[in-house]
Design a protein. Structure first.
Length: 500
């Protein structure tokens, strides 16, 4: 360990984001250009190197956090890079996008401020590339086996890299025109700029992974034919079945799914459009949904110049402190401020969220375009409308950020492989990620050698879970192909986050 009294002598100091007025005028990352060093090394010295490091349990990847904290505190970036890459294929993704359940599981969080683990991880990840510590690692020899990976999100990319490095020939099939899945088009650039994805893809190409974009497996490309051409298949298509809001007025123009809106905005940054087909500029915007996707829409709308933005959350406003219902080391439900919320508060002076609020109906103008949203307050537990609490908000653009309920129901993958669904609407699988066939379904025999990784089998989750599942599915696939494996499997298909 480092200084055994570091956690007593050094207060917690997260890396500060750029000023709100500066970052609202561009699409660069919130922390772009901010000096991570030497602040991060000082903060890493607060790590106690606990005898039982619960931060490991908070992270499904099993990241060796005390080890790379110690190296970062001493400025040994090569050793820190090796320890970080030992469990995580893409730390530059997780260091930017993960909500850091590891910090809530830090032993210091029992009665003090936890180590700034997320900042340390991002600093190490950035130093890895700055110092050239991420060279390609092509296999020493090929196995003669081929694997198709369907989907190029974090789960698919992690599985592909693990299998390529162990000697299998891997082809990644992506339906979109660019690689990265939701990392590319669902995550705004102010959270993660896309050159981080491009850099990893270049590394994977140099290692021997092959990529095919515009490949709609289950649609134009028959999934059964793909299985015949490869020795195994990994389905990592994510959870794309969007939740709807079946209330009066839903058919009005100007009401959009959040992911469509975010994709348009990302395509502008990519250079595909001069202006987005759907924009918040000059409009009163209402975001229905209080999660991360809603927060991403909020930050995007502010940068596009919305006249006003309100975010509706059906859940009650959480308290500021951890309660007995969420004991350490679980990830507590507490009041949190995202960077987008900070930006909105700086502009309006108040939190843009309305808690315990539900949509009753949409109102349209004579042209059939949404102009108002009728809402009501709801009871905290039963979520029943509270009489007399109805109100109307101006709404010229409504974004539905209600999450996802599993992989796309009408997917050709499901029918062509005869895949079963579990009770949560995800592709069913055994504990080793192998896909399960629907009883009596045509093509169910084709599910042999088919594995499911990431949100397609787990449901919508965090980027760390996606990478962990990709690594574990790669190990299961390697064992299927060769009878054994040396690849790590940090999780099983049925593991769940640490909760009370």
């Amino acid at each position: 360990m480092t200084d055994p009294y570091g956690f007593l002598r050094t207060p917690r100091r997260p890396v500060p984001p750029r000023p709100v007025e500066e970052r609202l005028n561009d699409w660069h990352e919130v922390y772009a250009g901010q000096a991570l060093l030497p602040l991060v090394s000082e903060q890493a010295g607060r790590c106690m190197d606990c005898g039982i490091p619960f931060c490991h349990n908070g992270c499904p990847l099993g990241n060796l956090i005390p080890e790379w904290n110690a190296y970062a505190s001493r400025g040994d970036w090569r050793a820190a890079a090796e320890r970080l890459h030992a469990t995580n294929n893409f730390p530059e993704f997780t260091g930017r996008l993960c909500p850091a359940p590891c910090e809530e599981a830090c032993v210091l969080a029992l009665n003090a401020d936890p180590v700034t683990i997320k900042n340390v991880e991002q600093a190490i990840a950035d130093e890895i590339w700055e110092r050239g510590y991420a060279p390609p690692h092509p296999p020493h020899r090929l196995s003669g086996k081929t694997v198709a990976v369907i989907g190029s999100g974090p789960a698919g990319l992690a599985a592909a890299q693990q299998l390529t490095r162990t000697g299998h020939t891997v082809v990644v099939y992506e339906r979109a025109d660019r690689l990265g899945g939701l990392l590319r088009y669902g995550i705004p650039s102010f959270k993660m700029e896309k050159h981080h994805i491009d850099r990893r893809i270049e590394q994977m190409l140099a290692e021997g992974t092959k990529f095919r974009t515009g490949a709609d497996v289950g649609g134009e490309l028959d999934a059964r034919e793909l299985r015949r051409r490869h020795d195994a298949v990994i389905i990592a298509v994510g959870a794309g079945e969007r939740r709807e809001l079946p209330v009066p007025g839903r058919e009005l123009t100007g009401i959009h799914q959040a992911m469509d809106y975010l994709t348009f905005a990302n395509r502008v940054v990519e250079g595909d459009y001069a202006t987005p087909p759907v924009t918040a500029e000059g409009r009163h915007v209402v975001i229905v949904g209080g999660g991360d996707t809603g927060s991403d829409c909020l930050g995007t709308a502010l940068r596009q110049g919305a006249s006003s933005v309100v975010q509706l959350d059906i859940n009650p406003e959480p308290g500021r402190e951890r309660t007995e219902a969420h004991p350490w080391p679980t990830y507590p439900k507490v009041y949190r401020i995202s960077h987008a919320h900070e930006e909105a508060r700086g502009r309006e002076g108040t939190d843009p969220r309305l808690f315990s609020s539900a949509t009753l109906a949409f109102e349209g103008d004579p042209a059939g375009r949404v102009c108002a949203l009728h809402l009501t307050e709801v009871e905290p537990q039963a979520r029943r409308p509270l009489p007399g609490s109805e109100r109307v908000l101006p709404a010229e653009l409504v974004l539905l950020a209600l999450g996802f309920s599993g992989p796309e129901r009408d997917s050709g993958l499901r029918t062509q492989y005869g895949l079963a669904l579990d009770d949560r609407g995800n592709f069913a699988r055994d504990g080793a990620f192998a896909a399960e066939g629907a009883e009596g379904a045509e093509g169910a025999e084709g599910a042999d050698g088919v594995f499911v990784a990431g949100d397609a089998g787990r449901g919508q989750s965090l980027v760390v879970w996606a990478i962990a599942e990709g690594r574990a599915a790669a190990a299961a696939t390697d064992r299927y192909l060769t009878g054994t494996t040396t690849l790590p499997a940090p999780v099983t298909a049925h593991d769940r986050p640490l909760v009370a």
